[in-house]
Design a protein around this ligand. Structure first.
Ligand SMILES: O=C(O)CCC(=O)C(=O)O
Ligand SMILES: [Fe+2]
Length: 363
Protein backbone atom coordinates (compact mmCIF):
# COMPACT_ATOMS: atom_id res chain seq x y z
CA UNK A 1 0.00 0.00 0.00
CA UNK A 2 1.39 3.46 -0.80
CA UNK A 3 1.86 6.04 1.94
CA UNK A 4 -0.81 8.23 0.41
CA UNK A 5 -3.35 5.44 0.96
CA UNK A 6 -2.23 4.71 4.48
CA UNK A 7 -4.87 6.65 6.35
CA UNK A 8 -7.96 4.43 5.70
CA UNK A 9 -6.48 1.49 7.65
CA UNK A 10 -7.37 3.37 10.85
CA UNK A 11 -9.74 1.40 13.09
CA UNK A 12 -13.47 1.74 12.58
CA UNK A 13 -14.41 2.58 16.17
CA UNK A 14 -13.08 5.74 17.80
CA UNK A 15 -10.86 5.53 20.87
CA UNK A 16 -13.61 7.34 22.76
CA UNK A 17 -16.21 4.67 21.89
CA UNK A 18 -13.84 1.82 22.72
CA UNK A 19 -13.16 3.51 26.03
CA UNK A 20 -16.87 3.87 26.84
CA UNK A 21 -17.50 0.18 26.17
CA UNK A 22 -14.28 -0.95 27.91
CA UNK A 23 -13.11 -2.74 24.73
CA UNK A 24 -9.83 -4.60 24.69
CA UNK A 25 -7.62 -2.40 22.50
CA UNK A 26 -7.30 -3.70 18.91
CA UNK A 27 -3.93 -5.01 17.76
CA UNK A 28 -3.00 -1.72 15.99
CA UNK A 29 -2.77 -0.08 19.42
CA UNK A 30 -0.62 -2.68 21.14
CA UNK A 31 2.93 -1.46 21.76
CA UNK A 32 5.57 -4.01 20.85
CA UNK A 33 8.89 -4.18 22.67
CA UNK A 34 10.83 -1.19 21.39
CA UNK A 35 14.28 0.29 21.67
CA UNK A 36 12.73 2.82 24.07
CA UNK A 37 11.79 0.22 26.66
CA UNK A 38 8.47 -1.31 27.65
CA UNK A 39 5.57 0.58 29.21
CA UNK A 40 5.97 1.43 32.86
CA UNK A 41 3.01 3.47 34.08
CA UNK A 42 4.73 4.56 37.25
CA UNK A 43 8.45 5.25 36.88
CA UNK A 44 10.19 7.64 39.34
CA UNK A 45 9.48 11.35 39.31
CA UNK A 46 11.89 13.16 37.04
CA UNK A 47 14.56 15.78 37.69
CA UNK A 48 12.50 18.58 36.14
CA UNK A 49 12.96 21.82 38.10
CA UNK A 50 10.27 24.38 38.79
CA UNK A 51 11.51 27.72 37.44
CA UNK A 52 9.97 31.06 38.34
CA UNK A 53 10.17 32.84 35.00
CA UNK A 54 8.87 36.15 36.41
CA UNK A 55 12.48 36.86 37.44
CA UNK A 56 13.60 36.87 33.81
CA UNK A 57 11.86 40.20 33.20
CA UNK A 58 14.08 41.85 35.82
CA UNK A 59 17.21 40.12 34.77
CA UNK A 60 19.81 41.83 36.95
CA UNK A 61 18.54 40.46 40.28
CA UNK A 62 20.34 37.73 42.19
CA UNK A 63 17.22 35.57 41.97
CA UNK A 64 17.27 35.92 38.16
CA UNK A 65 20.83 34.58 38.09
CA UNK A 66 19.74 31.60 40.16
CA UNK A 67 16.72 30.82 37.93
CA UNK A 68 18.88 31.26 34.82
CA UNK A 69 21.30 28.69 36.17
CA UNK A 70 18.42 26.26 36.73
CA UNK A 71 17.28 26.92 33.17
CA UNK A 72 20.74 26.22 31.76
CA UNK A 73 21.17 23.04 33.72
CA UNK A 74 17.69 21.61 32.92
CA UNK A 75 17.83 22.41 29.20
CA UNK A 76 21.29 20.93 28.79
CA UNK A 77 20.35 17.72 30.61
CA UNK A 78 16.67 16.79 30.28
CA UNK A 79 15.40 19.58 28.00
CA UNK A 80 12.36 20.00 30.23
CA UNK A 81 11.20 22.15 33.18
CA UNK A 82 8.01 23.47 34.75
CA UNK A 83 7.42 27.22 34.52
CA UNK A 84 5.66 29.20 37.22
CA UNK A 85 5.45 32.99 37.47
CA UNK A 86 4.24 33.08 33.85
CA UNK A 87 1.56 35.66 34.63
CA UNK A 88 -1.43 33.59 33.43
CA UNK A 89 -4.00 33.39 36.19
CA UNK A 90 -5.17 30.09 37.65
CA UNK A 91 -8.77 30.95 36.89
CA UNK A 92 -7.99 31.60 33.22
CA UNK A 93 -6.10 28.28 32.90
CA UNK A 94 -9.13 26.57 34.45
CA UNK A 95 -11.33 28.18 31.80
CA UNK A 96 -9.05 26.89 29.04
CA UNK A 97 -9.33 23.36 30.42
CA UNK A 98 -13.06 23.75 30.91
CA UNK A 99 -13.87 24.74 27.30
CA UNK A 100 -11.65 21.92 26.07
CA UNK A 101 -13.49 19.35 28.19
CA UNK A 102 -16.87 20.80 27.19
CA UNK A 103 -15.92 20.40 23.54
CA UNK A 104 -14.81 16.81 24.07
CA UNK A 105 -18.05 16.02 25.90
CA UNK A 106 -20.10 16.90 22.79
CA UNK A 107 -21.65 14.08 20.77
CA UNK A 108 -19.35 12.59 18.12
CA UNK A 109 -21.45 14.03 15.22
CA UNK A 110 -21.03 17.54 16.61
CA UNK A 111 -17.25 17.16 17.00
CA UNK A 112 -16.94 15.74 13.51
CA UNK A 113 -18.19 19.06 12.11
CA UNK A 114 -14.60 20.08 12.81
CA UNK A 115 -13.18 16.76 11.63
CA UNK A 116 -9.64 16.48 10.31
CA UNK A 117 -9.61 15.58 6.61
CA UNK A 118 -7.49 12.62 5.46
CA UNK A 119 -3.87 13.72 4.96
CA UNK A 120 -4.43 17.04 6.73
CA UNK A 121 -3.06 17.94 10.13
CA UNK A 122 -5.68 20.40 11.38
CA UNK A 123 -9.06 19.57 12.89
CA UNK A 124 -10.53 16.98 15.22
CA UNK A 125 -9.75 13.28 14.97
CA UNK A 126 -7.65 10.35 16.02
CA UNK A 127 -3.95 9.59 15.51
CA UNK A 128 -2.93 10.41 11.96
CA UNK A 129 -1.94 7.21 10.14
CA UNK A 130 1.17 7.62 8.02
CA UNK A 131 2.44 4.05 7.71
CA UNK A 132 1.10 0.52 7.95
CA UNK A 133 3.56 -0.38 10.70
CA UNK A 134 2.47 2.51 12.92
CA UNK A 135 1.27 1.70 16.43
CA UNK A 136 -1.76 3.91 17.07
CA UNK A 137 -2.07 6.33 19.97
CA UNK A 138 -4.95 6.00 22.43
CA UNK A 139 -6.05 9.60 22.00
CA UNK A 140 -8.35 11.99 20.23
CA UNK A 141 -7.03 15.41 19.24
CA UNK A 142 -8.09 18.80 18.06
CA UNK A 143 -5.26 20.61 16.26
CA UNK A 144 -5.57 24.25 15.24
CA UNK A 145 -3.09 26.72 13.76
CA UNK A 146 -3.26 29.87 15.86
CA UNK A 147 -0.36 31.95 14.46
CA UNK A 148 0.18 33.60 12.11
CA UNK A 149 -3.30 34.93 12.64
CA UNK A 150 -4.19 35.12 8.95
CA UNK A 151 -3.45 31.39 8.59
CA UNK A 152 -6.21 30.37 11.03
CA UNK A 153 -8.78 28.01 9.53
CA UNK A 154 -11.68 29.34 11.50
CA UNK A 155 -14.15 26.82 10.07
CA UNK A 156 -12.30 24.23 12.21
CA UNK A 157 -12.56 26.28 15.42
CA UNK A 158 -15.45 24.92 17.52
CA UNK A 159 -18.47 27.17 17.89
CA UNK A 160 -19.63 25.02 20.74
CA UNK A 161 -18.92 25.85 23.56
CA UNK A 162 -19.51 29.41 22.42
CA UNK A 163 -16.53 30.84 24.32
CA UNK A 164 -14.05 28.37 22.80
CA UNK A 165 -12.52 30.62 20.12
CA UNK A 166 -12.29 33.69 22.31
CA UNK A 167 -10.54 31.75 25.05
CA UNK A 168 -8.14 30.02 22.69
CA UNK A 169 -7.29 33.36 21.11
CA UNK A 170 -6.54 34.92 24.49
CA UNK A 171 -4.57 31.89 25.64
CA UNK A 172 -2.48 31.94 22.45
CA UNK A 173 -1.58 35.63 22.95
CA UNK A 174 -0.47 34.91 26.50
CA UNK A 175 1.61 31.89 25.44
CA UNK A 176 3.26 34.03 22.77
CA UNK A 177 4.35 36.47 25.47
CA UNK A 178 5.69 33.60 27.58
CA UNK A 179 7.76 32.31 24.65
CA UNK A 180 9.22 35.76 24.04
CA UNK A 181 10.41 35.89 27.66
CA UNK A 182 11.81 32.37 27.32
CA UNK A 183 13.67 33.07 24.07
CA UNK A 184 15.49 35.97 25.72
CA UNK A 185 16.24 33.97 28.88
CA UNK A 186 17.48 30.97 26.91
CA UNK A 187 19.76 33.28 24.89
CA UNK A 188 21.06 34.86 28.08
CA UNK A 189 21.73 31.45 29.61
CA UNK A 190 23.97 30.68 26.63
CA UNK A 191 25.68 34.10 26.60
CA UNK A 192 24.47 34.91 23.11
CA UNK A 193 22.64 38.01 21.84
CA UNK A 194 19.19 38.13 23.44
CA UNK A 195 17.40 38.28 20.08
CA UNK A 196 19.26 35.31 18.63
CA UNK A 197 16.31 32.95 18.89
CA UNK A 198 13.45 35.35 18.14
CA UNK A 199 15.34 36.34 14.98
CA UNK A 200 15.55 32.73 13.85
CA UNK A 201 11.84 32.11 14.58
CA UNK A 202 10.85 35.29 12.73
CA UNK A 203 7.95 37.68 13.24
CA UNK A 204 5.55 35.23 11.59
CA UNK A 205 6.55 32.18 13.63
CA UNK A 206 3.97 29.39 13.67
CA UNK A 207 1.97 28.31 16.66
CA UNK A 208 -0.11 25.16 16.55
CA UNK A 209 -2.46 24.41 19.45
CA UNK A 210 -3.14 20.73 20.00
CA UNK A 211 -5.78 19.65 22.47
CA UNK A 212 -5.07 16.05 23.48
CA UNK A 213 -7.80 13.90 25.02
CA UNK A 214 -6.89 10.52 26.48
CA UNK A 215 -10.00 8.51 27.42
CA UNK A 216 -9.57 5.72 30.00
CA UNK A 217 -8.09 2.56 28.55
CA UNK A 218 -8.65 -1.01 29.77
CA UNK A 219 -4.95 -1.94 29.18
CA UNK A 220 -2.52 0.86 30.15
CA UNK A 221 0.17 -1.83 30.30
CA UNK A 222 -0.14 -2.48 26.55
CA UNK A 223 -1.18 0.84 25.01
CA UNK A 224 0.23 4.40 24.96
CA UNK A 225 -1.63 7.71 24.82
CA UNK A 226 1.23 9.05 22.69
CA UNK A 227 4.14 6.93 21.52
CA UNK A 228 7.74 8.04 22.22
CA UNK A 229 8.67 11.09 20.15
CA UNK A 230 10.53 14.37 20.23
CA UNK A 231 8.61 17.48 19.19
CA UNK A 232 9.44 18.89 15.78
CA UNK A 233 8.78 22.40 17.14
CA UNK A 234 11.28 24.90 18.39
CA UNK A 235 9.70 25.00 21.80
CA UNK A 236 6.55 23.42 23.25
CA UNK A 237 4.51 24.85 26.11
CA UNK A 238 2.20 22.29 27.65
CA UNK A 239 -0.79 22.89 29.86
CA UNK A 240 -1.32 19.62 31.67
CA UNK A 241 -4.50 18.17 33.11
CA UNK A 242 -5.15 19.60 36.56
CA UNK A 243 -5.20 16.22 38.28
CA UNK A 244 -4.27 13.33 36.04
CA UNK A 245 -0.62 12.50 35.34
CA UNK A 246 0.48 10.70 32.21
CA UNK A 247 3.44 12.49 30.65
CA UNK A 248 6.86 10.81 30.87
CA UNK A 249 10.22 12.17 29.69
CA UNK A 250 13.30 10.08 28.92
CA UNK A 251 16.57 11.22 30.49
CA UNK A 252 19.81 9.26 29.99
CA UNK A 253 17.92 6.21 28.75
CA UNK A 254 15.36 6.08 31.60
CA UNK A 255 11.74 7.17 31.75
CA UNK A 256 10.56 9.64 34.42
CA UNK A 257 7.11 10.96 35.34
CA UNK A 258 6.36 14.64 34.98
CA UNK A 259 4.29 15.55 38.05
CA UNK A 260 1.12 17.60 37.92
CA UNK A 261 1.97 20.97 39.45
CA UNK A 262 -1.16 22.99 39.57
CA UNK A 263 -0.99 25.78 36.99
CA UNK A 264 2.65 25.37 36.10
CA UNK A 265 3.32 25.16 32.37
CA UNK A 266 5.56 22.32 31.24
CA UNK A 267 8.22 23.61 28.86
CA UNK A 268 10.11 21.26 26.63
CA UNK A 269 12.41 22.11 23.79
CA UNK A 270 11.75 20.80 20.32
CA UNK A 271 14.17 19.57 17.66
CA UNK A 272 14.60 22.99 16.07
CA UNK A 273 16.02 24.52 19.26
CA UNK A 274 18.39 21.57 19.56
CA UNK A 275 19.59 22.52 16.07
CA UNK A 276 19.85 26.27 16.83
CA UNK A 277 21.79 25.64 20.06
CA UNK A 278 24.14 23.29 18.18
CA UNK A 279 23.05 20.44 20.44
CA UNK A 280 23.85 22.27 23.67
CA UNK A 281 20.20 22.13 24.68
CA UNK A 282 18.10 19.00 24.28
CA UNK A 283 14.82 18.14 22.59
CA UNK A 284 13.63 15.42 24.97
CA UNK A 285 12.01 12.15 24.00
CA UNK A 286 8.63 11.87 25.72
CA UNK A 287 5.50 9.72 25.76
CA UNK A 288 2.11 9.59 27.47
CA UNK A 289 0.69 6.61 29.37
CA UNK A 290 -3.02 5.90 29.83
CA UNK A 291 -5.02 4.94 32.90
CA UNK A 292 -8.12 2.81 33.50
CA UNK A 293 -10.11 5.38 35.46
CA UNK A 294 -10.23 8.91 34.15
CA UNK A 295 -10.04 11.05 31.06
CA UNK A 296 -6.83 13.09 30.83
CA UNK A 297 -6.53 16.23 28.74
CA UNK A 298 -3.60 18.44 27.81
CA UNK A 299 -3.05 21.40 25.54
CA UNK A 300 0.27 21.54 23.72
CA UNK A 301 1.31 24.79 22.01
CA UNK A 302 4.03 24.15 19.45
CA UNK A 303 6.05 27.19 18.39
CA UNK A 304 8.00 26.81 15.17
CA UNK A 305 10.13 29.12 13.02
CA UNK A 306 8.61 30.45 9.80
CA UNK A 307 8.95 27.49 7.41
CA UNK A 308 10.50 29.63 4.63
CA UNK A 309 13.28 30.79 6.95
CA UNK A 310 16.62 29.01 7.09
CA UNK A 311 17.56 28.07 10.63
CA UNK A 312 20.77 26.61 11.95
CA UNK A 313 23.26 26.51 14.81
CA UNK A 314 24.15 29.98 16.12
CA UNK A 315 27.67 30.96 15.03
CA UNK A 316 28.50 31.87 18.64
CA UNK A 317 27.83 28.28 19.69
CA UNK A 318 30.25 26.78 17.19
CA UNK A 319 33.96 26.60 17.88
CA UNK A 320 36.87 24.18 17.81
CA UNK A 321 35.76 22.41 20.95
CA UNK A 322 32.20 22.30 19.72
CA UNK A 323 32.13 21.91 15.93
CA UNK A 324 28.91 22.42 14.02
CA UNK A 325 26.66 19.39 14.59
CA UNK A 326 23.73 20.33 12.34
CA UNK A 327 23.50 21.87 8.91
CA UNK A 328 21.18 24.79 8.18
CA UNK A 329 17.65 23.69 7.28
CA UNK A 330 14.41 25.13 5.95
CA UNK A 331 10.93 23.79 6.68
CA UNK A 332 12.02 21.24 9.27
CA UNK A 333 8.34 20.36 9.69
CA UNK A 334 8.29 18.80 6.22
CA UNK A 335 11.62 17.00 6.82
CA UNK A 336 10.27 15.64 10.08
CA UNK A 337 7.04 14.39 8.49
CA UNK A 338 8.89 12.60 5.71
CA UNK A 339 11.24 10.95 8.23
CA UNK A 340 8.29 9.88 10.39
CA UNK A 341 6.76 8.12 7.37
CA UNK A 342 10.04 6.33 6.67
CA UNK A 343 10.75 5.44 10.30
CA UNK A 344 13.86 7.69 10.40
CA UNK A 345 14.97 10.02 13.20
CA UNK A 346 14.69 13.49 11.66
CA UNK A 347 17.44 15.09 13.76
CA UNK A 348 19.92 12.44 12.63
CA UNK A 349 19.22 13.27 8.99
CA UNK A 350 20.10 16.97 9.38
CA UNK A 351 23.54 16.46 10.91
CA UNK A 352 26.39 18.29 9.21
CA UNK A 353 28.64 16.30 6.88
CA UNK A 354 31.40 15.84 9.45
CA UNK A 355 28.97 14.34 11.93
CA UNK A 356 27.20 12.23 9.31
CA UNK A 357 30.44 10.58 8.34
CA UNK A 358 31.26 9.91 11.99
CA UNK A 359 27.81 8.49 12.73
CA UNK A 360 27.22 6.70 9.45
CA UNK A 361 30.74 5.93 8.15
CA UNK A 362 29.36 3.84 5.25
CA UNK A 363 27.30 6.69 3.79
O1 LIG B 1 -0.31 15.10 26.71
C1 LIG B 1 0.84 15.35 27.03
O2 LIG B 1 1.18 15.49 28.20
C2 LIG B 1 1.92 15.50 25.98
C3 LIG B 1 1.43 15.52 24.57
C4 LIG B 1 2.54 15.57 23.56
O3 LIG B 1 3.64 15.17 23.79
C5 LIG B 1 2.27 16.16 22.24
O4 LIG B 1 1.12 16.52 21.93
O5 LIG B 1 3.26 16.27 21.45
FE1 LIG C 1 5.11 15.94 22.31
Amino acid sequence: MSLQQAEPISVSKSVEKMSTYGDHPPSQFIVKETQFGSIDTSPPLGPFPVIDISHFSNSSSQEATLQLEKLRSSLSSSGCFQAIGHGISDSFLDKVREVAIQFFALPEEEKLKYGRAVNESEGYGSDRVVSEKQVLDWSQRLSLRVFPQNKRRLNLWPQNPTQFSEILDEYAMKIKNVTEVLFKAIAKSLNVDEDSFSNQFGARALMQARFNFYPPCSRPDLVLGVKPHTDRSGITILLQDKEIEGLQVRVDGKWYRVPVICNALVVNLGDQMQIMTNGMYKSPMHRVVTNTERLRMSLASFIEPEPEREIGPLEDLIDEQRPRIYRNVKDYGAINYECYQKGLVALETVKSLVFTSVCFPDN
